[in-house]
Design a binder for this molecule. Structure first.
Ligand SMILES: [Zn+2]
Length: 374
């Protein structure tokens, strides 16, 4: 069956309704582990195109922008395709959920992990801020994979050829040079579903690249998606929120501080040695956390706030197409190392003041634990 025959898409109202349901029942501990589908869930409907729509709708409403490996394999088997060949179809549906209030240019991305799961991404523009505060769809997909614990990406499909910023950002991945990038063939006049795609290794799109080894000369360095623990604890003397204030806020602040520290410990900061983590709390008490993710070229680096915004879009549907809904953010708790070369507190305060002016910002210092300390 040709994908050109697809006419059914989840309406914005459908997406909003289901997102709201999700956001009202997520736990206060924040993001979940990778979603798993039940056998009943995986029974392919008669219409394979509907299965694609269902997979993306489920991923973007309840599954943190992740399509489970089981679901991907079921659909690939139904079609007799390689999972990689499904990525452009996922991209076409995911891009409808982009948040580009300035450009109105919807970008989608779908990355295939080594585990077989697929991670979706969209572009997110933040109204009232400079363009370079935007999140690109490829970055969104990579951060989504990171949050799910994926350790390597094999391929990524995008709406159009990745911009230079994203090519550089993805150059932090292990095996980046051979990672396959799937883009619409500009030489094919067909539109949408009938369009052919090119499959290129990233090194073709980023020749003579500058990457992690050029800066660190350290081959043992865990790269962007690889496991690490930065050995951080709350700094002695720092004020950790407790339950002694207004009961609910105090408890949430304490949980957010712990979550932000966990993120800081997993942060990818090999170039500045300034790992940081941040946890947002929204209007229903759900938490959305992110960590700093650096680039050897510095500028494509994602701040912990940007990574947390990805989580907020992915798990709570925050940020509608007009760039609203950020006002649902009630607080942000940032954990970073005082005295480190890179500090995020000032930038985070400025961004929050613009997109969520009523949000409280807590900044907590962390430090390297002494060797042998818990
Ligand atoms: Zn880009």
């Amino acid at each position: 069956m040709s994908m050109a025959s697809v006419t059914r898409t989840p309406s914005p109202a459908f997406a909003r309704r289901h997102r709201f349901r999700w956001s009202s029942r997520v736990s206060k501990s924040g993001c979940s582990s990778r979603p798993r589908a039940s056998a009943a869930d995986l029974a392919p409907p008669a219409d394979p195109c509907a299965f694609v729509l269902e997979a993306v709708a489920r991923a973007t409403t309840t599954d943190h922008f992740v399509i489970s490996a089981e679901r991907v394999l079921a659909l690939a088997a139904q079609r007799g395709l390689d999972p990689q060949d499904l990525l452009p179809e996922f991209v076409r549906e995911a891009q409808k959920l982009a948040i580009p209030p300035t450009s109105k240019f919807h970008v989608g991305a779908a990355a295939l992990g080594a585990s077989g799961a697929v991670y979706l991404g969209v572009n997110v523009e933040l109204p009232g801020l400079p363009l370079n505060a935007s999140i690109h769809a490829e970055q969104f997909a990579v951060v989504t994979a990171m949050r799910a614990g994926e350790r390597a990406l094999e391929a990524i499909a995008t709406t159009a050829a990745p911009c230079g910023h994203c090519r550089q950002f993805m150059n932090e991945l292990r095996g980046a040079a051979s990672m396959r990038v799937i883009i619409p063939d500009p030489g094919d006049a067909a539109t949408n579903a009938r369009k052919r795609h090119l499959v290129l290794p990233l090194c073709d799109l980023l020749p003579h690249s500058f990457g992690p080894l050029d800066l660190t000369r350290d081959e043992s360095l865990p790269l962007m998606l690889e496991e690490r623990h930065n050995g951080l604890r709350f700094a002695s003397g720092s004020i950790i929120p407790g339950g002694s204030g207004a009961a609910t806020d105090g408890e949430l602040d304490a949980a957010a501080a712990e979550l932000a520290l966990t993120e800081a410990n997993a942060a990818y900061a090999p170039y500045s040695a300034s790992p940081a983590g941040l946890a947002l709390v929204d209007d229903v008490g759900a938490m959305h956390a992110g960590r700093s993710v650096e680039s050897a070229a510095y500028n494509p680096t994602m701040s912990p706030l940007h990574a947390a915004l990805v989580a907020a879009v992915g798990s709570a549907g925050m940020g509608d197409a007009n760039g609203g809904e950020w006002g649902r953010i009630k607080s942000a708790t940032l954990v970073e190392m005082s005295g480190a070369p890179v500090q995020y507190a000032g930038t985070v305060a400025l961004i929050l003041k613009t997109i969520a002016p009523r949000a409280r910002l807590n900044v907590i210092a962390c430090e390297k634990a002494e060797p042998g300390a818990s």
